[in-house]
Ligand binder design. Structure first.
Ligand SMILES: Cc1cc2nc3c(=O)[nH]c(=O)nc-3n(C[C@H](O)[C@H](O)[C@H](O)COP(=O)(O)OP(=O)(O)OC[C@H]3O[C@@H](n4cnc5c(N)ncnc54)[C@H](O)[C@@H]3O)c2cc1C
Length: 455
């Protein structure tokens, strides 16, 4: 069957349910964020029982919970992530729309301001599904709940790994629930506890090599409000920061007749958390649309949420030569990126797909090593995009990937071309939505368009 668009990130093969025949053993996932839910879904093909433990309560409603404070802010689900979710949970996109989400067309509903102007619209169709992060998570969790061999325990705090007598390998986890401690044996444990994962400390405490942690400091602060939206208004706006302009924003149509509007600044800039200051910051952006919708439709509440995000962070598990059997880490626990590029959930989805492929190929033998190698291919591209852009600012600190300045120079030229050339804009958009790799922007047909002077 021909697909609507090419599959996901060009490096990750599609999900294949036919590859999954064996079902034995128990797996435990710590953390029921997007990465944990997606990992559990693929583990359910390979293990007899999968248990997810989550410290928060998980109500059947799209609400922000304590363990995922970033959920108050814009969450774009890129097409690579959406399509992976659709493959793992057929009908996911329809479920999302039925629950209040929106489907927009990037090539008609959106305006993206970058490098001093708005990008041209590309040819063809480029869909995007918009919703709040709590709604994305709720729709995913409901589908996970429907999987027979997955159980979900809320109010259940993961406290430590159970250590086997040999090696020491991981043979399960201990948890605390209602004041009681309990041990849950497992053949595989997945750490999906997010950016604050304690696995690196645990490795150090158990005489394993500790992974290098790369941090690239961008000091981005998000300020987010809900703005009233006429039900049929689908306008989507993005302003990306470029030196010397440290300010930017995003505005996406979410459920309940609202736009979610996030204004952000890097390296010391941020929108104030009061309605007046927020509106003034919106007025300072290079396109008038943010301020115009605030004036025309009004903020839905006085509440402006803030979230400081200091650095891109990457734990280099793929580089260490000894790692305990019975354990893998996924999602933000491996890498978390400057959120303005909206990559985290899609990276988590593609990592789940990689987990599926390594389990299908060779079961749990040498699983962590094989998984981290494959996860690296996903993380590399997202990292190159986020960190590369952040290094446009001279204030950005941290390990700079080789070739960054040269790539930035080329991208800057490409984006200037993309103001008038829809095909170049389309090539760029397909990298942003993670359907194509960043290297696709150097293909001869794009290179030629970028380097040919405009008439
Ligand atoms: C401000 C901001 C905006 C973002 N915007 C986007 C975006 O536009 N698009 C996008 O794709 N991504 C975005 N992201 C990233 C995205 O939120 C994550 O990358 C993605 O959700 C995957 O996260 P995760 O599941 O690995 O971790 P988390 O979402 O952090 O989930 C971890 C889970 O583990 C639970 N947990 C933690 N410790 C324990 C414990 N000891 N016991 C039991 N449970 C535990 C937590 O309660 C939580 O449920 C954004 C991030 C931030 C900070």
């Amino acid at each position: 069957m021909r697909r609507e668009i090419a599959m996901t990130l060009a490096t990750v093969p599609e999900y294949g349910s036919a590859q999954t025949t064996r079902k034995a053993g128990h797996a435990v996932v710590a953390g029921a964020g997007m990465a944990g839910l997606l990992a559990a879904r693929v583990l359910a093909d390979h293990f007899e029982q999968v248990m997810i433990v989550e410290k928060d309560s998980l109500p059947d409603a799209p609400v922000t919970r304590k363990g995922v404070p970033q959920a108050n802010h814009i969450h774009n689900l890129h097409e690579a992530g959406r399509r992976t979710l659709e493959d793992l949970f057929p009908g996911f996109s329809e479920d999302l729309i039925a629950a209040g989400g929106n489907r927009i067309e990037i090539n008609s509903d959106s305006r993206v301001f970058i490098e001093g102007d708005v990008l041209a619209h590309g040819p063809g169709r480029l869909p995007m599904y918009c919703a709040s992060r709590p709604l994305f998570e709720l729709v995913t969790r409901r589908r996970v709940d429907d999987v027979d061999n997955i159980s979900l325990r809320e109010h259940c705090q993961f406290i430590d790994y159970i250590v086997g007598e040999t090696a020491p390998n991981v043979e399960g986890i201990s948890i605390r629930q209602d004041g009681r401690t309990e041990e849950i044996p497992a053949n595989l444990v997945v750490d999906a506890t997010g950016r604050t994962s304690r696995t690196p400390d645990w490795l150090a405490e158990h005489d394993y090599p500790t992974p290098t942690v790369d941090e690239v400091h961008i000091d981005v602060v998000y300020s987010t409000a809900l703005v009233n939206r006429p039900v049929d208004a689908q306008q989507t706006r993005v302003v990306l920061p470029n030196p010397p302009r440290k300010r930017g924003g995003g505005m996406f149509p979410v459920e309940n007749g609202r736009w979610m509007m996030t204004l952000f600044g890097v390296h010391g800039e941020h929108a104030p958390p009061d309605p007046e200051g927020f509106a003034d910051f919106a007025a300072s952006l290079p396109i008038p649309d943010f301020k115009r919708v605030i004036d025309e439709y009004g903020l839905a509440s006085e509440m402006i949420e803030q979230y400081p995000f200091p650095s891109n962070k990457r734990v280099r598990y793929e580089e260490i030569d000894r790692f305990p059997d019975g354990l893998v880490v996924v999602g933000d626990g491996i890498a978390s990126f400057n959120p303005i590029y909206g990559q985290g959930m899609s990276v988590a989805a593609l990592e789940a797909l990689q987990l599926h492929h390594v389990l299908a190929a060779d079961g749990t033998d040498d699983l962590a090593h094989r998984f981290f190698q494959r996860a690296e291919t996903v993380v590399d591209d997202a990292w190159m995009l986020a960190v590369g852009s952040d290094f446009q600012f001279p204030q950005t600190t941290g390990p700079k990937p080789t070739g960054t300045d040269l790539i930035n120079k080329y991208l800057s030229r490409l984006l200037r071309k993309a103001r008038t050339d829809g095909k170049v804009a389309d090539a760029f958009n397909r990298v942003i939505i993670m359907e194509e790799r960043p290297t696709s922007l150097f293909r001869p047909r794009i290179l030629w368009r970028v380097l040919t002077p405009s008439i």
